[in-house]
Every structure is written in structure tokens, then in C-alpha cells.
Design a protein around this ligand. Structure first.
Ligand code: F6R
Length: 587
């Protein structure tokens, strides 16, 4: 059922309330509709609604056990009937689901005569379990049989009025069990559990768990062998997952960035050197990532070439399979991901590993599928990223790639200095006067039809990332370009008053990028220069002090802030852009 959030309690005296707060923290995973079911004295009680959960209240009665879901639709429209939980014909069984059951049409044939209310693949699974329970009297075993029949990358949670436990299975999408003695819980992510517990068990693909208030039993759903659960302690704090007084998570996470970079230069050098060693042993190196993470990877390509003379081939997660020819046991696959759950990235890594390649991941979420799948992980340690638009994870990835490229040439100290310069430059951008100016610019350009962002060299991926941020949160059409490409076609789109953000750092690209800006200006475009020094070419000037190879970091921060203020100026919620979800766990 798409990319959704699941949250459940086994013994909480205010279960509906606790689930509602849990779902509010998971809303970034999907926010078109939501629902909760709790156990009543004699029957299940439920509430389902279309629309954002952040402003909603629950009307459900007190109960200890319950399951809840926030949805991002893939199968079936956004309606109350399609919102989860889904029920069987008896109304005693409730199911929530994350993912897509690929063979749902085939499975639907097995439940002829059952009464379906909505159009989702998930509801079919609830009825299949009902059917199975007619012969198999144990809920855990019945769910197990049905999960085996499903195809795709899913997570299921099932509750039944007559059974004192929940059943959850993972065939792809994340499931985290929160260990709270006497009151175990379930969620799609760690951050939503932090206010209750820091002890968690990550289910892995192929596992099914019976979660009772004080007991967890895990098995492989294809076998019968009991698996010893591995309980991990998470070192994030609940505060790091809250807005801390900021109006939006996006702004809070933009402001987290200096601290994220400080942590990297202070505590990651040893890990970075290990990572560099792995790279130097590989014959060919490629990166896989999606969206913002793929732009961090592209920046990596420029940095590895400039700082280490090392070729790294970037691929987008969904395109990776088409590079099959050169992936073998001497290849290294570097996967970059904030969530560690992006399906296209995960599948690319599996694909590379199947061909004998080694996999290293740069990932933010400890214990995520990507972390577990990789031979080596460099954790970003950026803390929970809740806004749908990725900000601090991008900076963390680029900083780690910059350090790693430098480590290949034993030049880490230089990179540390540059990142520290970048931190100072970011602090200036985050100062009240600078922010005021950015807000003013956003007011000035909030009705623009399109925007262009130009860069060359490592500022080219910065331009792509800036355009993505502006597009996804402000819905203004924005395009990032390698400035040299303009005259090969795109310049036809520039007309009177088209704003154009130009990255002009103190490097080998400076004079050429200024020429590119000139071409735009000559056609009526308005130039917003992001540079270490003013230039008569600029109609507006956003100063960013030189941080050598680290300048991409503050440059991107300028664009993040501008995107944020454009969204706010247009009356939009930057944390939850339309049509998007934080973890893209479907193809
Ligand atoms: C854009 C954004 C997405 C993600 C992409 C990959 O702001 O957040 O483009 O970067 O969906 O997600 P992760 O990094 O979790 O693999």
C-alpha cells in the first residue's frame, strides 16, 4: 500500500493516543489519510480519516492494544475506505500494510465471496488471513502462511480481537520492534519510538514476529526455526527528533548542519580512512543513490577526480541495472542514502553484490536495511531527518566524500580545515540578517514561473540539488544546469525577469560561470550571484566565503534556505510537499 508509516502498541493504557502521537512522527512517510484500530471489550474499534494527521484528534475509547497507519496511496484512491487498518468480514481482524503486494490480483481469486470495502491490495491480505484462520487456529501461523503467498517488498502488522499479541512480518519495508518491558511496541522507524524506548530490534527481510507485551518471538516465515532477537541500543535522543522551537522540521534541520559537520570532522576521520582504504583496493568504483543523495554522489565524482585523481562512476538507483557490463568481484559499490530504505538503492546494492562486488554505504539510519546489507558502513550521524526534503544528510554525505577523497592522497588535514571554513560560512548564512535578506528575496520571486540555477564543476551537482529543493517544496519550476550547456538549448527558455541563481565560487570555474551569467542577463534574466565576492553582473548578491573544495556545502545551504522561504512565502508546508513521501520504499 505504498510508502506508509505503521505504529502499534501491545500494552499502553492510552493506546489510541500513543499511536496517534507515533503516527504524527511518522507522517513524513505518507500523509494522505490515516487510521487506528484498538481492541474494545468485545470487538475492535476504529477511526479512519482522509487528510493530514498532524491536526487530528482521536475519538477512540481507552484500550491497551492497537495498530495505526499513515498512508501514501499507491493502490486505490485517497478515501476513507482505502485508509488502513483493513478488516476481515468478521471485523475481528485488523491489518496495516506498507509496500505493494505484487501478486494481489492472483490472491484476490482465493477469497471469492469475501466482502471487500475498498480497492487496496492490503485488504485482500486481511481476508486471506481470515480464510486461513478457518483451518489454522493460531494467528501467528495463519499470518505466516499468508505472508509466504505474497510477493513484493512489504511490511504487515496484524491484530485480532481474540489473540493477546500482534503479528508483524517484513518482506521488504522496515519494521522496528521497540522493547519496553511489559509494553512492547512496533513502528516503521526508530525516531518515533525514542520517547518510549531506545532498545529496539530491527526485523530483517524474511522474518515474522509475534509481539506480546513482554515477549517477542521471531522466526523466518519460510521455516520454523526460532531466531534469537538482537536487541540494539539507539543513541539518538528524543529531542533530536523534535522541532526544538523551529516552525518547521526543514528549517530546524538546516540549522542542525553546522553541528552535523562538526561531529564529522571531530569523530569520523578514522572511519573515513578505512573507507579510503577500501576504495584504493577496488579496481572500479561506482556510486548508487536516488534524488538528493544522487547529487551528493555526483559531487563525490568531481571531488574524487579533483582531489584524488580517482575515477568514480555515479549511477542513479533506478538506472543502475543497466550498467551490468563492468560490475564484478573487483568492483566497489558505494551506496548513499539518508533512510537506508530506498528500494532502488537497495536493489542496486543487491544486484552489485550478486555479481561479487563489495558494498560500502553512507547512510544515516543505523540498523536500516542498507546498513545491514553493506559490507562496510559509514554512518552519517546527522540525527533524525524528518522533513521530506533532505538537507543535513546531503551535507553530511558530501563532507564525508570530501574527506575520503582527500584521505586517498593523505590530505585529510586540508579537508578538515576546508570543512571548518565551510561551517563558519554556513553560520553566517544562518545569521538573522542574512536570513532576513533571503526571506526578502523569496518574497520578491515567489510568483516566478521558473527559476534557473547555474554551476560548473562541483557547483553543477550543487545546482541540481538547489533546483530539486526549490521544486519540491515551493512547486516553482526550477532547473539546474551546467552553465556551459545553456547555449545548447536551454537559453531559449530565458526571458524577461527569469531569476537565475548562479554559483560563482573562488575556483577554476569562476570566469566561465560569469560568462554564462552574462548570457542569461543579456536576455533579460535576473542574476542572483552566490559568490565569495560581488560582481557587477549580479542583480542580487548572496555572499558565501571561500572554503576551498568545501564551498559546495555553504552554497547548497543558501539554496536550501531560499527554497524554504519560497515555500513559506507561497503559503505551503515545506515539511510535507504534495505527492511526496520521505522513504521511497516502492519501485
Ligand atoms: C529530496 C529527497 C529525495 C531523497 C531520495 C533518496 O529532497 O529527499 O530525493 O534524497 O528519495 O532518499 P534516501 O537518501 O533516503 O535514499
Amino acid at each position: 500500500m505504498g510508502m506508509c508509516g505503521i505504529f502499534a502498541t501491545t500494552n499502553d493504557k492510552n493506546s489510541a493516543q500513543t499511536i496517534l502521537s507515533g503516527l504524527k512522527k511518522l507522517e513524513y512517510r505518507g500523509y494522505d489519510s490515516w487510521g487506528i484500530a484498538v481492541k474494545g471489550r468485545t470487538r475492535l474499534r476504529s477511526q479512519k480519516q482522509v487528510g493530514k494527521i498532524s491536526v487530528s484528534q482521536t475519538t477512540l475509547p481507552q484500550s491497551n492494544m492497537g495498530i495505526g497507519h499513515t498512508r501514501w496511496a499507491t493502490h486505490g484512491g485517497v478515501t476513507v475506505a482505502n485508509a488502513h487498518p483493513h478488516f476481515d468480514c468478521s471485523g475481528k481482524l485488523a491489518l496495516i500494510h506498507n509496500g505493494i503486494v505484487d501478486n494481489y490480483q492472483e490472491l484476490e481469486k482465493k477469497i471469492k465471496g469475501h466482502k471487500l470495502i475498498g480497492q487496496t491490495d492490503s485488504e485482500i491480505v486481511a481476508h486471506l488471513i481470515e480464510k486461513e484462520l478457518k483451518t489454522e487456529k493460531d494467528l501467528f501461523r495463519a499470518v505466516k502462511k499468508v505472508v509466504r503467498m505474497t510477493e513484493g517488498f512489504n511490511a504487515f502488522v496484524v491484530m485480532h480481537q481474540d489473540f493477546p499479541y500482534l503479528v508483524t512480518a517484513k518482506t521488504g519495508s522496515p519494521v522496528v520492534i521497540g522493547i519496553r518491558p511489559g509494553a512492547n511496541m512496533l513502528s516503521s522507524d526508530v525516531a518515533s519510538l525514542l520517547s518510549h524506548t531506545k532498545q529496539v530490534i530491527f526485523l530483517t527481510d524474511g522474518q515474522i514476529a509475534k509481539v506480546a507485551p513482554d515477549k517477542v518471538r521471531i522466526e523466518n516465515y519460510s521455516g520454523v526455526k526460532k531466531i534469537k532477537p538482537v536487541v540494539q541500543t539507539i543513541d539518538w535522543t528524543a529531542k533530536s527528533a523534535s522541532k526544538s522551537g523551529f516552525p518547521h522540521f526543514m528549517l530546524k534541520e538546516i540549522y542542525d548542519q553546522p553541528a552535523v559537520l562538526i561531529k564529522i570532522v571531530e569523530s569520523k576521520i578514522k572511519e573515513v580512512r578505512e573507507f579510503a582504504k577500501t576504495i584504493s583496493k577496488a579496481k572500479n568504483v561506482f556510486t548508487v543513490a536516488c534524488g538528493t543523495a544522487s547529487y551528493a554522489a555526483l559531487a563525490g565524482q568531481y571531488l574524487f577526480s579533483r582531489l584524488a585523481g580517482r575515477q568514480v562512476t555515479p549511477a542513479i538507483g533506478s538506472e543502475f541495472y543497466y550498467n551490468d557490463g563492468f560490475i564484478n568481484s573487483r568492483s566497489l559499490c558505494i551506496a548513499l542514502s539518508q533512510s537506508g530504505e530506498t528500494l532502488d538503492t537497495l536493489q542496486s546494492v543487491k544486484f552489485a553484490k550478486d555479481r561479487g562486488a563489495k558494498a560500502v554505504s553512507l547512510v544515516n539510519v543505523q540498523g536500516s536495511s542498507l546498513d545491514r546489507l553493506s559490507d562496510q558502513t559509514v554512518l552519517l550521524e546527522a540525527g533524525p531527518e524528518k522533513a521530506v526534503a533532505s538537507t543535513k544528510a546531503f551535507l553530511a554525505k558530501v563532507a564525508i566524500l570530501l574527506l575520503t577523497a582527500s584521505a586517498l592522497k593523505r590530505k585529510t588535514p586540508r579537508a578538515v580545515i576546508e570543512i571548518k571554513q565551510a561551517i563558519r560560512a554556513i553560520r553566517k548564512i544562518l545569521s538573522p540578517d542574512y536570513q532576513k535578506y533571503l526571506k526578502k528575496l523569496a518574497e520578491r520571486f515567489k510568483h516566478s514561473h521558473s527559476m534557473f540555477i547555474l554551476g560548473r564543476g562541483v557547483s553543477y551537482p550543487a545546482a541540481l540539488e538547489a533546483a530539486l529543493k526549490i521544486k519540491e517544496v515551493s512547486y516553482i519550476h526550477a532547473e539546474g544546469f551546467a552553465a556551459g550547456e545553456l547555449k545548447h538549448g536551454v537559453i531559449a527558455l530565458v526571458n524577461q525577469n527569469t531569476p537565475c541563481l548562479v554559483f560563482a565560487p573562488n575556483d577554476e570555474t569562476y570566469s566561465d560561470i560569469i560568462s554564462g551569467a552574462m548570457e542569461v542577463k543579456a536576455r533579460g534574466g535576473i542574476i542572483i550571484g552566490v559568490s565569495f565576492k560581488p560582481n557587477p553582473m549580479f542583480d542580487y548578491y548572496l555572499p558565501v566565503s571561500d572554503s576551498g573544495s568545501g564551498t559546495i556545502l555553504p552554497n547548497v545551504v543558501v539554496a536550501q534556505c531560499l527554497a524554504y522561504y519560497l515555500a513559506v512565502a507561497r503559503g505551503l508546508d515545506p515539511d510535507m510537499p504534495r505527492n511526496l513521501a520521505k522513504s521511497v520504499t516502492v519501485k
